[in-house]
Design a protein around this ligand. Structure first.
Ligand SMILES: Cc1ncc(COP(=O)(O)O)c(C=O)c1O
Length: 383
């Protein structure tokens, strides 16, 4: 181990006193700071009644945090309640025309992307799926075959929620742009764990939320839309927070904001914003780049341990091809997750695998604990 990251931060997460927490791919651990933020929400409610100005201010605060996180401008960020909300608003505005009505999506997409993309078939879109190759990543040549001059949109995920594989986003963006298609990146399993720079990636749309590696809670998410695309996209799915002037309370026309706010909907998720901003502040303090390199060290150590006990993994071993989650196949992943939980090791099951996800607060001792746990329950490991 080269870093001492967890020593300085573990005491901010009470849960870690009693558990080995390897479930940040589902939800980040609760920190003292986020608990206090919820308390602040309740106190403000109690003391101020209905402080709408403060809530709007907080919504703007969330927007600027997301913008900073992605190296975007605030006008390019919609503050949403979920990835689903952002994506459905975006797709409702894309107007896939006859000449360009195809959406290419990887088989690594989260269900909400599948649902939203296939819903477009009702409006005439064609959808093509691109499956994973033998190395459990989405091969760039399969994407190249699928993306053609009819392709309007390519939907990819940065880090797959099923197996932890990481996509070479820049390579896909180059391919798509060459064919005149736009790229939607689902970064939920990456944001907070991997530094993300939308300018560097060249991507057109990015979605994610605060629930996982940004240490917030459910209910706060974002959609990034590249500035020069904003004038050409007018969502049909909308709400009063998408208006060019929400305080005008106008009911006589549809006048969406010129900024990415046009993808917003109704009343902002106020309690989740208190929590999400506190989570993002915490990750600012801890450092996302520092977290990425700390987690890379832990995963190196984990893979050595998995090899030692003869446990397979379905995640690519190459550090360039995986994110902060490693998936270990099991003959009965639910039973394995339950057995590990009884040992105080919290993980999640998915698709025949146990997901082990790593964050700033995990330690070398956590790696040894899960290796011992998997070895103890080795009858449940797939071989
Ligand atoms: C990759 C990915 N996308 C999206 C989501 C969730 O989407 P939503 O915010 O719509 O619930 C998750 C996790 O819950 C996820 O892992």
């Amino acid at each position: 181990m080269t870093t001492t990251l967890p020593d300085s931060i573990r005491d901010r997460f009470p849960l870690l006193q009693d558990a080995v927490y390897l479930n940040s791919c589902s939800q980040g651990a609760l920190s003292v700071e986020v608990r206090e933020a919820y308390q602040r929400y309740l106190s403000d409610w109690d003391e101020k009644g209905a402080p709408w100005d403060l809530w709007v201010e907080l919504n703007e605060e969330a927007r600027s945090r997301f913008a900073r996180l992605l190296n975007a401008s605030t006008d390019e960020i919609a503050v949403t309640t979920s990835v689903s909300a952002g994506v459905s608003s975006l797709l409702s505005g894309l107007r896939l025309t006859d000449g360009r009505n195809k959406i290419v999506m990887s088989d690594f997409e989260f269900p909400t992307i599948g649902q939203n993309v296939h819903a477009q078939e009702l409006l005439g879109a064609k959808v093509e799926h691109v499956s994973a190759g033998p190395d459990t990543t989405i091969p760039i040549d399969r994407l190249a075959e699928a993306i053609d001059e009819e392709t309007a949109l390519v939907a990819i995920t940065y880090v797959c929620f099923r197996n932890g594989a990481k996509t070479d986003v820049k390579a896909v963006v180059d391919l798509a742009h060459e064919a005149g298609a736009l790229v939607l990146l689902d970064a939920f399993q990456a944001v907070g764990a991997i530094p993300i720079d939308v300018r560097d990636l060249g991507v057109d749309f990015v979605v994610g939320g605060t629930l996982k590696y940004l240490l917030g809670s459910a209910g706060l998410a974002f959609l990034y839309c590249r500035a020069d695309l904003l004038p050409s996209i007018t969502p049909i799915q909308t709400g009063w927070f998408a208006d060019e002037d929400i305080f005008e309370m106008d009911i006589h026309d549809y006048s969406p904001s010129a900024t990415a706010s046009k993808f917003e909907s109704g009343t902002p998720p106020v309690p989740s914003i208190y929590a999400g901003v506190a989570g993002m502040d915490l990750m600012d303090d801890i450092g996302i780049a520092e977290t990425e390199s700390h987690v890379a060290d832990l995963i190196d150590q984990l893979i050595v341990g998995l090899d030692r006990i003869g446990a397979p993994l379905v995640t690519p071993r190459d550090p360039a091809l995986h994110g902060p989650m490693i998936a270990v196949p099991s003959t009965d992943e639910r039973a394995m997750v339950t057995a590990l939980a009884e040992d105080g090791i919290l993980t999640t099951p998915r698709d025949g695998n146990v997901r082990l996800s790593w964050h700033c607060y995990n330690s070398a001792e956590d790696v040894e604990a899960v290796i011992s746990g998997l070895e103890r329950h080795s009858a449940l490991l797939a071989r």
